[in-house]
Design a protein around this ligand. Structure first.
Ligand SMILES: [Zn+2]
Length: 520
């Protein structure tokens, strides 16, 4: 157990794995901090290095130095959670030194300063400072839309009965809360500027005074010149204590397709526990309140939360690295999102125990006589206008004779046949109008489902079939389908023996290929 230093025993930071550049900068800050505490006094007017207007958007090629590395995560976290910053309480010396460090990092990465007066910092309240930088988008129009990713950098200083679980009076280093999130965001910021610029612009935000009531993000949103420009937000708060490679993920109901997007971005194979709760205890909430869709990743609560014992030694850097990879990809996907990033209002009234599921759209879109049996063709009794059949011009009274070379009279359970059928159908049809035989081709809606499972759809997850039940011992059960699985795609067009379903389970992508039984 590291002895906690009290205010009077302050000393220079430990020599941890800080790279040269951070050491020099950290030391400069510390020197200023220690050398002239009196001179530095309460006003935030003289931070060490004023950033000049950053030049052009970062290079497009991915370079080694923009890789997300555990070494750099450790370097940032060691400094941020060092005693020197005195628990980074908002409006204190430690808080402002942290802001200076972050502004310097953004300047080094050549982000555009979007704080106040061409600075990275945005001063507000009682000596608080947000730190903000922009990576300009590549699309002439969409670059005016901003997708924001943020993390609060302040913590509770020496702690008191209002903000700490005690003991009070000792430095609360806030390693997990939220040096982990800030380090994660610094590496994401570095990685993003090593990738091809996406269509929309990406804003990096380090919030101050979150512990005092989400003040930094509230101030920025309340004073943003054109809030319609802010299209999306990702929040990183406490990502340093991942257990069993799993993390809680919030916000996926606020924008259609977010869950699949996170799964596609999940290279590190994080187990995601998707929560539909709209928590109000971190900066995402200010965006949610303004109908801005968001995501938030959280590695979970622990005993050291808001205690002096929340130290850097307890951080799981492999976990932070995985989350940094995940969110870098997610931000690129959101910044290139093909449609408008429209907030899903419905998410305000949803509960995970009663998901708004609807039946899958019918693949063909026709009805026939309920008394029809094997040995008979199928005569249509209704055709949905917007269905695959409707679009192909099938009419009421048309008789289906041959489908993909199969004699319809041989088909026993036509519903099940269509459910499991490949997407593309070539049909021989006897027309009702003139009894002429015609060849008609069409593509069924959705994708084939394996025998033994039922699925439904959810407007928040377009293009996905959600498994609602799996019959035990069925082919679907035998190869591992589970209730709640998301079917994303199937390699259609191959013969059924080689069919493979791409599914998502708890944010992880996997492939399943059930044993195939002959069509009924
Ligand atoms: Zn926090």
């Amino acid at each position: 157990m590291k002895v906690k230093t009290t205010r009077s025993q302050l000393s220079l930071p430990r020599k941890s794995a800080v790279d040269a550049r951070s050491i020099v900068r950290g030391m400069c800050l510390v020197m200023i901090l220690v050398a002239s505490p009196v001179a530095y006094s309460e006003d935030a007017s003289s931070p060490p290095a004023d950033p000049t207007a950053a030049d052009s958007v970062p290079t497009l090629a991915v370079t080694d130095e923009t890789q997300i590395t555990i070494k750099e995560l450790q370097a940032h976290a060691a400094f941020l959670a060092s005693d020197t910053l005195q628990g980074r309480d908002a409006g204190t010396e430690g808080g402002r030194a942290t802001a200076a460090y972050l502004a310097d990092e953004l300047k080094h990465l050549k982000y555009l300063p979007i704080g106040t007066d061409a600075d990275y910092r945005q001063a507000f309240g009682a000596g608080y400072q947000n730190v903000l930088g922009l990576l300009e988008g590549s699309d002439p129009h969409l670059k005016n839309e901003w997708v924001v990713i943020g993390a609060h950098f302040d913590h509770v200083g020496f702690g008191n009965p209002l903000n700490s679980h005690g003991p009070f009076g000792q430095i609360h280093n806030g390693a997990d809360d939220n040096a982990s999130g800030v380090s994660c965001l610094l590496e994401i910021a570095e990685a993003l500027c090593g990738l091809p610029a996406p269509k929309r612009s990406i804003a990096i935000a380090f919030w101050d005074a979150e512990e005092r009531g989400l003040l930094g993000s509230a101030h920025w949103l309340a004073n943003h010149p054109d809030l319609s420009q802010v299209q999306f937000y990702t929040n990183i708060d406490m990502v340093g204590r991942m257990r069993d490679d799993s993390a809680e993920v919030f916000g996926v109901r606020t924008l259609p397709g977010l869950r699949s997007m996170l799964a596609r971005s999940n290279a590190g194979d994080i187990q995601m526990k998707f929560s539909w709760a709209q928590r109000d205890d971190s900066d995402h909430y200010n965006f949610y309140q303004r109908n801005i869709p968001y995501t938030m990743v959280f590695s979970g609560l622990h005993y050291d939360y808001h205690r002096p014992s929340d130290d850097v030694e307890k951080l799981n850097f492999e976990g932070i690295e995985k989350i940094a990879q995940l969110l870098t990809r997610q931000m690129i996907e959101v910044a290139n999102y093909p449609e408008q990033l429209t907030f899903r209002d419905y998410c305000r009234n949803e509960h995970i125990n009663s998901p708004p599921l609807a039946s899958l759209p019918s693949r063909l879109g026709v009805t026939w006589s309920p008394t029809r049996q094997k040995g008979q063709t199928i005569t249509l009794t209704s055709v949905e206008g917007d269905s695959a059949a409707g679009k192909a011009g099938l009419q009421v009274g048309d008789e289906l004779v041959l489908i993909n070379g199969v004699d319809v009279r041989e088909i026993d359970n036509f519903i099940e046949w269509i459910r499991r059928s490949p997407v593309h159908l070539d049909m021989d049809v006897v027309r009702a109008k003139d009894r002429a035989e015609e060849q008609i081709s069409l593509d069924l809606k959705g994708f084939p489902l394996p025998e033994g499972l039922l699925a439904a759809r959810d407007a928040a997850e377009p293009g996905v079939a959600i498994v609602t039940s799996v019959t035990s011992d069925s082919p679907a059960a035998q190869c591992g389908f589970r209730q709640g699985d998301r079917i994303l795609a199937v390699n259609d067009g191959v013969n059924q023996e080689n069919r493979v379903w791409d599914i998502e389970r708890n944010g992880q992508l996997m492939k399943l290929s059930p044993a195939v039984t002959p069509l009924p």
